[in-house]
Ligand binder design. Structure first.
Ligand code: TYM
Length: 333
């Protein structure tokens, strides 16, 4: 793959334990893309506080996520890795972009509606404003592409709308970003209910495979995964959502196409199939977990990565912010 010099941006929230959905929808594709793009990856702790977090735990999850990025193969020498709250420009640009975003647009966001239902006792302004902060993240770095799972598509669309709106009112200021979605893996479903997405915050932990799950847990959860009353391992998301989800997971974890994955299980029963999927996943997770643990024992190294990442990120972000402030008429000294 050749380096294109184009800019890529993505982020994950340091909340709960990441699932294989987060890995397949986002982090796994980042690793290949870093050869092609000028990449910036953030840890979105400012997004995380839109739902109440325990401070010590948020701090702990922050370093865990950084270690996980690196353990998965994201290279701090090639990419900029940083913590969102270390770069004040995010909050500053989000404020400006708020004035180019309509309340009605935010009220219509699916994730806002879902999260409002789930956290009915804390429907705070930040929860509603979440997509504007995400737009600020992406636009500050003039990203050409944003690799995310399909659940973030609506947020990416609104980011594009806000960028186009601003560019039209003033003059071209922001690169209008494109979403980048995996063909397989952009929408991993819950193992116990394939109509739902696999989520970090699911009520039933048996439906999610966490990146921290040990081998026995992974195998047990796959053994219990919901399939259907048939007996054929065939990719057919409409009629066989459970089996198709498992095939997608197997395909990406074993680096095989869906057709090759189907062929591996021709004539085999669901029991053998689920065991093989579990083994493919557990085999990949074990070395990532070991490397994450090793990195977490070297806090000085992780702090160093964050410090140089913040410096690099700030240099880029402040240029965009200065441009915006000038265009909107903020008096400059
Ligand atoms: P977050 O932390 O909820 O999820 C991180 C990434 O994982 C993807 N994902 C999935 N992909 C496939 N199947 C699933 N079941 C699944 N569940 C989650 C998400 O699409 C995402 O790519 N708002 C973002 C974080 C963010 C961000 C940004 C992303 C903040 N600023 C700027 C891109 C650009 C979020 O909450 O992701």
């Amino acid at each position: 793959m050749e380096f294109t010099g184009k800019k890529l941006y993505s982020a994950v929230q340091p909340t709960n334990n990441l699932t294989i959905g987060n890995y397949l929808g986002a982090i796994k594709q980042w690793v290949g893309l870093q050869e092609e793009y000028d990449c910036t990856f953030a840890i979105a702790n400012m997004h995380a506080i839109t739902v109440r977090q325990e401070p010590a735990n948020l701090r702990k999850k922050t370093l865990e996520l950084l270690a996980l990025y690196i353990a998965c193969g994201v290279d701090p020498e090639k990419c900029t890795l940083y913590l969102q709250s270390h770069v004040p420009c995010h909050a500053e640009l989000a404020w400006v972009l708020n004035t180019f975003t309509y309340v009605g647009e935010m009220e219509r966001m699916t994730q806002f509606k879902d999260k409002s239902a789930k956290h009915a006792d804390n429907i705070n302004m930040g929860l509603m404003d979440y997509p504007v902060l995400m737009a600020a993240d992406i636009l500050l770095y003039q990203a050409d592409v944003v690799p995310v799972g399909l659940d973030q598509r609506q947020h990416l669309e609104i980011t594009r709308d806000i960028a186009i709106r601003f560019n039209n009112i003033y003059s071209p200021t922001f690169t209008v970003p494109e979403g980048l979605y995996m063909k397989v893996g952009a929408k991993i479903a819950d193992l116990s209910d394939p109509s739902k997405k696999m989520s970090k915050s699911a009520e039933n932990p048996n439906g999610s495979i966490f990146l921290t799950d040990d081998r026995d847990t992974v195998l047990r959860k796959f053994k219990r995964a919901v399939t259907d009353s048939g007996n054929e391992v065939r990719f057919d998301p409409e009629n066989k959502p459970g089996v198709s989800n498992l095939l997608s997971i197997y395909s990406v974890f074993s680096d095989k196409s869906i057709a090759e994955a189907e062929a591996d299980f021709a004539g085999k029963g669901y029991g053998d199939f689920k065991l093989a999927v579990g083994e493919a996943v557990a085999d990949k997770l074990a070395p990532i977990q070991a490397e994450q643990a090793r990195l977490l024992s070297d806090k000085a190294y992780l702090d160093n990565v964050l410090a140089s990442g913040a410096e690099k990120a700030y240099r880029t972000a402040k240029k965009t912010l200065a441009k915006v402030y000038k265009k909107i008429g903020f008096y400059q000294l």
